[in-house]
Each structure stands twice: as C-alpha cells, then as structure tokens.
Design a protein around this ligand. Structure first.
Ligand code: MG
Length: 181
C-alpha cells in the first residue's frame, strides 16, 4: 500500500451537525494524529480529500475554511504528524462537479500527484460517499465507525461497494494497514 487517502470530518476530527464552522470547533478524534504520524514515519504519503459544501452553500467563507484547515494542520503538527496533500471540494451538492465525493475527482488527482496505481491506494472514510468515491476511483476502501460510520455500517454496506474493511477508527485502520497481512 503506497498511498492513504483520508476524509476529514468524522475520521480525523469529530463531525458536527452542520459541519465545523470555526477553528475552535475542531476536535481531533483520539489517536488520529498519532496514527497519521505513524504513516508519515512509515514513508506512506497521506492525502486529505474532503467535501466542504458549507463553502458552496455560502455558509462558510473560503477564508473561514482556510482558518479551520490551518488549525487542523497545527494540531496535527503538535503531534508530529502531517498531511502530504490537501484537496478540498467546496461544491454545492446540487451543483457538484466530479471532485465532490462520491465523484472520484479528488482521489484521481491524489493518485496522479503521487503517481500511485489505484489498487495501491486505500481510502479511509466514515460516509458511504467516501466508499463510493473510492470504488469509482478503483481504490481499496476502509470504513471507520467514528462520525457517520457506525450508522453506515449498521445500515449495511451495499454489496456493489464490497469489499470494504470496517475499523473502529482511524488509528485502528492504520494498525490494519501497517500490520502484518
Ligand atoms: Mg466524513
């Protein structure tokens, strides 16, 4: 496995109803930053691929999103962790382009950026959209039970999206990815 693609809300940081709208609302999920650091130390690049429709809806300014991202990067750095690439789809859901998940656009951009084949990349997400985007990009896929993930797992993942690994959280997903097969 040569590339990890990860969602943001519900995977690295706690999701909120209506989304994170201010840096002070950003709360990392326990263990996520340390797990990211372990990927960094293993030499595996990590790309953040996140939908942020609050921007497209006019509920969050681009500068506001930038401030939240800067807080995320700073909090990760505090744990010695970094994201190697950050891709954001600000699209309004009703006017979504191919970058907005479940479209595969951001994932394909990340694959091209790191020159990695889809089957050597894994997407970690908490939403069915993440899994759909990964399937569309032909990447491997892991659903975490944090954020929306527990409800998604309970509802049952459609057969057409399988195989999907299900892990408790990002740290458990990284354990699986770095562990012996
Ligand atoms: Mg999410």
């Amino acid at each position: 496995m040569r590339l990890v693609l990860t969602d943001r809300d519900g995977v690295l940081n706690e999701d909120r109803p209506g989304g994170v709208r201010h840096p002070d609302e950003l709360r990392l999920i326990a263990g996520a930053a340390d797990a990211l650091r372990r990927l960094n130390e293993a030499g595996i690049p990590v790309a953040l691929v996140t939908n942020q429709s609050a921007v497209g809806r006019g509920l969050l300014s681009p500068a506001g999103l930038q401030a939240i991202q800067e807080r995320l990067v700073a909090e990760l750095a505090g744990a010695g962790a970094r994201l190697d690439l950050i891709l954001i789809a600000p699209d309004h859901p009703e006017r979504a382009g191919p970058r907005r998940k479940p479209g595969p656009g951001m994932l394909l951009e990340a694959l091209a950026h790191f020159d990695v084949a889809p089957d050597e990349a894994v997407m970690v997400g908490d939403d069915l959209r993440d899994i759909e985007a990964a399937q569309a990009a032909r990447c491997r896929r892991i659903l975490v039970r944090t954020g929306k993930g527990a409800a998604v797992a309970a509802a049952g993942i459609p057969e057409g999206l399988q195989p999907v690994g299900v892990c408790a959280d990002f740290a458990a997903a990284v354990d699986r990815l770095l562990g012996p097969d």
